[in-house]
Design a protein around this ligand. Structure first.
Ligand SMILES: CC(C)(COP(=O)(O)OP(=O)(O)OC[C@H]1O[C@@H](n2cnc3c(N)ncnc32)[C@H](O)[C@@H]1OP(=O)(O)O)[C@@H](O)C(=O)NCCC(=O)NCCS
Length: 180
């Protein structure tokens, strides 16, 4: 039976963590980079299982994004993956339904950086592409981070402060590895 569990990072067992990392690594293949799993591990995990076997995973990590004079408590989505042999049967939709519910319940906005092959998947769910400049607030100051390989999407919520002008930079907080 298909089941969805929402697991706080401190409650993620070593076994579930290992299974989720293996699933995500396998689904991303060669495009999976060194810090990609670490970026999601401290988030709230969404685990889709069938009779206890993990079929899909996503994590919502709390980050801070700012834009103009607004600071957004952001649910940043990492490690979205459906097991390769289970794709195309609605599990990605189920996974993201729950992931977006976490964002709407706990954050001002959602954000993610999509791989090229998944951009249409997110756009079809109402995620809005960010085509404006990007920056990061690093220990050595604010730096430009615009990269043509980034496909950043934002998920607006009912938060009142959500006017985004693409002429102004979207700024993320700092982290090890890829900043977006
Ligand atoms: C992208 C991914 C999560 C989608 O999961 P899935 O289980 O295959 O998707 P679903 O079967 O739930 O499809 C839901 C809808 O999205 C569409 N869709 C699924 N994958 C899509 C894609 N890559 N591009 C465009 N649309 C897609 C489906 O056609 C379906 O549309 P419908 O609601 O109109 O019928 C999955 O293919 C995957 O894990 N890919 C490899 C890892 C990856 O790219 N992760 C995203 C990283 S940012």
């Amino acid at each position: 039976m298909i089941d969805v569990q929402i697991v706080q990072p401190s409650d993620l067992s070593q076994g579930d963590s290992r299974a989720a990392e293996a699933l995500v690594r396998s689904a991303f293949g060669d495009s999976f980079r060194a810090h990609d799993w670490l970026h999601g591990v401290d988030g709230v995990h969404v685990l889709v299982t069938d009779d206890g076997v993990l079929l899909a995973h996503a994590a919502v990590v709390t980050r801070t994004l700012s834009h103009a004079d607004d600071v957004f408590d952001t649910g940043y989505v990492e490690g979205v993956a459906v097991r390769t042999d289970q794709q195309g049967r609605g599990l990605g939709r189920l996974l993201m339904d729950h992931t977006e519910s976490i964002i709407r319940a706990s954050h001002d906005i959602g954000a993610l950086n999509a791989v090229e092959s998944a951009a249409t998947f997110y756009a079809g769910r109402g995620w809005q592409p960010w085509d404006g400049p990007t920056q990061a607030d690093t220990p050595s100051g604010v730096v430009d981070t615009y990269d043509t390989d980034d496909r950043i999407f934002l998920l607006p919520t009912d938060s009142p402060a959500r006017g985004f002008a693409q002429s102004l930079p979207l700024i993320c907080d700092w982290r090890v590895g890829d900043l977006w």
